[in-house]
Design a binder for this molecule. Structure first.
Ligand code: ARG
Ligand code: ZN
Length: 466
């Protein structure tokens, strides 16, 4: 459980008349002359992501020395300009950049806070594909989030716990760091012999030479940058293929192995159960990284391979697995829609309990609904929690799940599952918004549901009806 400091939204724009704020754009003054802008336009994280281009693929080559904690890296981005660009931004926090090329020609660059501003020799035309190569090094440090938690490259006693939600990707590679911009990834990670580097997708190969081991990983499915990992440690590795042909790779810190084993054993069954509910598992690879990172305090649904700071409970495994459908395959277009991730993954836990001899979802709902009006559960509505500090608060997880339970009661089990499945199928590998989900729910059930969602997602205070 995380502390949720009651924080009022105080932005410079708060006092600007709405029309003027709209003209300025949520990301700040629009940059004239084709510079894309320093953010993707998300008011929760105005500097995350960038405008003016889309990244199709990241090729990351990392070499990490666990003793000195130094990273030496190159990032090769295949991108496409969405407008004419005389310069563009990438997100990168800390680290030293030594060279940038655009289409193999040296490009001018400067650092401006968390932005790496690149000026290619020639302006990029709208629609033009281009390649960016960034050489960089240094000691990566995590970023502190508005809620006080840390994410990004988090050093551990034997490597690094690498989790990027919501804004930590920029602590270890130059990135268009907003979930709107999904890409495929290749990782080549070199670590001291005896350490294992685990990223997303399929392990293409590993080679040891001169006291170092290089791991090559590939994620071909579109992935939001915050779901990328390159977690390093002394891990015990287990590999197998499930009945459904999913390649499983588990990496477990020895200190967590005994507690993790009985839970990880259930992964194939959990994925099969979720596939029956939500439709086919959206990826070819799966698995878990169970690290020993006592200071982190959370797990993350890193794509294909959730990352745990210690041995997970079965509930947490079910939760992070459900995110593979809801959050990873179907991504957010704006952080305010975070309940589409956390409410859904939490409701998957409720359904799992209901179908495996635990409490019914109704019982879980009732216990929450019994909380008094002053309880933190009702502190703010989950449909637009109001700031990046509230992304991972109880209202988003629990009241978000309660909203889904209300939907289920309104449309019945059959239509409810039909809605979840068509959501996962219809937006697979892409994005979804709350408005689209509400429309889908109405279309599949034939019932008017705007009032229900208005009450449960957007109305402050404890809802009256239950
Ligand atoms: N999405 C994660 C989950 O499944 C939580 C990530 C929390 N991140 C953070 N920086 N506190 O619940
Ligand atoms: Zn979650």
């Amino acid at each position: 459980p995380r502390r949720q400091p009651a924080r009022r939204r105080t932005t410079a724009l708060a006092t600007v008349p709405v029309a003027v704020a709209a003209l300025l754009g949520a990301a700040g003054p629009a940059a004239p002359g084709g510079t894309g802008g320093s953010g993707a336009g998300d008011p929760y994280f105005p500097l995350s992501g960038n405008g003016g281009y889309h990244v199709r693929h990241y090729g990351l080559t990392l070499r990490y020395d666990t003793a000195s904690r130094r990273l030496d890296a190159t990032a090769e981005l295949s991108a496409r300009a969405t407008e004419r660009l005389t310069r563009f931004d990438l997100d990168l926090k800390g680290l030293t950049v030594t060279a940038v090329t655009v289409d193999h020609r040296a490009a001018a660059f400067r650092r401006d806070g968390q932005e790496l501003v690149v000026t290619p020799r020639r302006a990029l035309r709208a629609g033009q594909p281009f390649r960016v190569r960034v050489a960089y090094h240094g000691t990566p440090k995590p970023v502190t989030d508005p809620d006080g938690s840390a994410d990004g490259w988090i050093p551990t006693d034997d490597g690094a716990f690498v989790a990027g939600e919501p804004q930590g990707a920029m602590t270890w590679f130059p990135v268009n760091g907003h979930p709107k911009d999904k890409a495929s990834y290749d990782f080549t990670i070199t670590v001291p012999r005896g350490r294992t580097a685990v990223a997303n997708g399929i392990l293409l190969g590993q080679r040891t030479a001169h006291g170092r081991t290089t791991f090559r990983w590939r994620e071909t499915q579109p992935m939001a940058a915050y779901l990328a990992t390159a977690t390093i440690g002394r891990f015990r590795v287990e590999r197998y293929t499930t009945r459904d042909g999913i390649q499983v790779y588990n990496a477990v810190d020895a200190r967590e192995a005994r507690a993790a084993a009985p839970v990880l054993k259930r992964l194939p069954a959990v994925l099969e159960w979720e596939s029956r509910l939500f439709g086919p598992y959206p990826f070819r690879a799966a698995g878990s990284i169970v690290d020993h990172a006592p200071d982190v305090g959370y797990a993350l649904e890193t794509q294909t391979r959730p990352l745990y700071d210690s041995a997970p409970t079965l509930d947490t495994l079910v939760h992070e697995s459900a995110h593979q459908w809801f959050g990873d395959s179907v991504s957010l277009t704006a952080w305010k829609d975070i309940w589409l991730n956390e409410g859904f993954a939490t409701y998957a836990e409720w359904l799992y309990a209901e179908q495996h001899g635990g409490d019914s979802a109704q019982r879980t709902f009732d216990a929450l609904y019994a909380r008094p009006a002053g309880d933190g559960l009702w502190a703010y509505p989950p449909g637009d929690p109001g700031s990046g500090a509230r992304l991972f608060g109880t209202p988003v997880y629990a009241r978000g799940a309660m909203a889904l339970h209300e939907l289920r009661r309104a449309v019945g089990d059959r239509d409810f599952l039909l809605i979840l499945r068509s959501w996962a199928a219809g937006h697979r590998g892409g994005h979804g918004t709350t408005a689209q989900f509400v429309r889908l729910a109405e279309a599949k059930s034939g019932k008017p549901l705007k009032g229900l969602f208005q009450t449960w997602l957007y109305t402050p205070g404890k809802p009256n009806s239950a």
